[in-house]
Design a binder for this molecule. Structure first.
Ligand code: ZN
Ligand code: ZN
Length: 403
């Protein structure tokens, strides 16, 4: 009998996992530079948290969740996204903001698997809570942009919109409803099924886009304070040199989203899978999951797609391959010394022939080879054509600046 990974999941090993490591390392670096500490929340939560926090009429909740009853009879769900859990953790901690948290980990959705879309997928993201000002929105958008630039997403676009708030959006939604009502005959079935529940989300439909080109735009219906907030966000992004394009069709569909909405798009990828992440302001979310009012802004990025889109070459994983003429015992002791000097070292624990060890060094892409002689004290260090004999204790210093 043999087992394969469940449908929609994959085993990710080297060399692909080397790029994953680089991307996740880059993520930690940028989250840290922007002041977002890690918040590790449970991978499963009460089902109701997602029903309320993601929205009970969304596709994620109605069709895609991995929900189960535990041995205590509780309905639990593997997290389909990261925001609800982090906001819950923030509310539960009793903290008064401004408060920042970042996350990185697997999420679960029962979707049709395709390139860049797995049923277990990895997201990184941030949440910034108890903040209202446009500078917070701009800082969050910038963080995602800097990270995605660092991991070399080709053709990266930031798409931006404002969704208004409780003051101005209801009026707009009514206007939109009237417009869509007159278009029922040309809407696709998916759009028809949501047009009464959530007309905003019809704007998101790629199929219907061509027949909705003249739909009324939220932009023309923003109240004065939303319009001001939006223009401040744009002004800040320009000053930060974060390029963006505006798109009135970017709606993100959920009721608790307010004002700023954005997406990061890898325009070099196929349209169906080119959104590498997105986010927005969600001033109503904390209340919708039963907490106190806590305005906030955040984003989530899909690492599976980022790895697919990245044009970055994974960094080499081995600094030194230790070729031993005297056997694995001596190699083990020498490798330990070099590792404690901060070098990434591989060795042959099996006592294979010296030729075989050299071939392993080149197959693994080791940047330097250190030959441990059968007799004598000095090792032989080689990088390309450069060679030098020296005591083992001098190797790290000699390699410094050469690797
Ligand atoms: Zn449609
Ligand atoms: Zn408004």
């Amino acid at each position: 009998m043999s087992f394969r990974p469940p449908k929609g999941t994959d085993d990710i090993g080297a060399p692909e996992s080397n790029l994953w490591r680089d991307v996740l390392g880059e993520w930690e670096r940028w989250a840290d530079l922007f002041g977002y500490p890690l918040v590790a929340t449970p991978i499963f939560e009460a089902t109701e948290l997602f029903e309320r926090g993601v929205g009970s009429d969304t596709e994620v909740v109605t069709k895609q969740m991995y929900t189960f009853t535990d041995r205590g009879g509780r309905s639990l769900t593997l997290r389909p996204e990261g925001t609800a859990g982090v906001v819950r953790a923030f509310l539960d901690s009793g903290a008064k903001g401004p408060w920042k948290g970042s996350y990185s980990g697997p999420m679960f959705r029962h979707e049709r698997p395709q390139a860049g879309r797995r049923r277990q997928f990895w997201q990184v993201g941030v949440e910034y809570l108890d903040v209202e000002g446009p500078a917070a929105d701009a800082e969050v958008v910038e963080l995602g942009y800097r990270f995605l630039t660092a991991v070399e997403i080709p053709g990266l676009d930031v798409v931006l919109n404002s969704l208004g708030d409780a003051v101005c959006r209801p009026g707009y939604v009514e206007t939109l409803r009237g417009y869509l009502d007159a278009k029922r005959e040309v809407l696709c079935d998916d759009s028809l099924s949501i047009v009464d529940v959530n007309p905003l989300r019809v704007l998101d439909c790629r199929v219907c886009a061509p027949v909705l080109a003249d739909a009324p735009s939220m932009k023309d219906h923003l109240c004065e304070s939303c319009a001001d907030h939006y223009s401040q966000v744009k002004k800040s992004l320009e000053a930060l040199e974060v390029p963006f394009v505006e798109d009135a069709r970017l709606v993100r569909g959920l009721d608790y989203y307010t004002r700023t909405a954005f997406e990061y798009v890898a325009t070099d990828l196929e349209a169906a899978q080119n959104a590498v992440g997105g986010g927005g302001r969600y001033d109503g979310l904390a209340e919708s999951i039963g907490g106190r009012p806590a305005p906030g802004v955040g984003f989530a990025l899909g690492v599976d797609r980022i790895v697919l889109a990245s044009s970055r070459e994974p960094a080499g994983r081995i600094d030194v391959y230790l070729v031993s003429e005297s056997g694995p015992y001596e190699a083990l002791i020498a490798a330990s010394a070099l590792r404690r000097d901060g070098l990434r070292v591989e060795l042959d624990t099996e006592g294979r022939k010296v030729d075989t060890q050299f071939r392993a060094a080149s197959r693994l892409g080791a940047r330097a080879v250190v030959v441990l002689p059968a007799a004598g004290d000095d090792v032989d260090v080689r990088i390309g054509d450069e060679r030098s004999g020296m005591p083992l204790g001098s190797v790290a210093k000699w390699l410094e600046g050469r690797l």
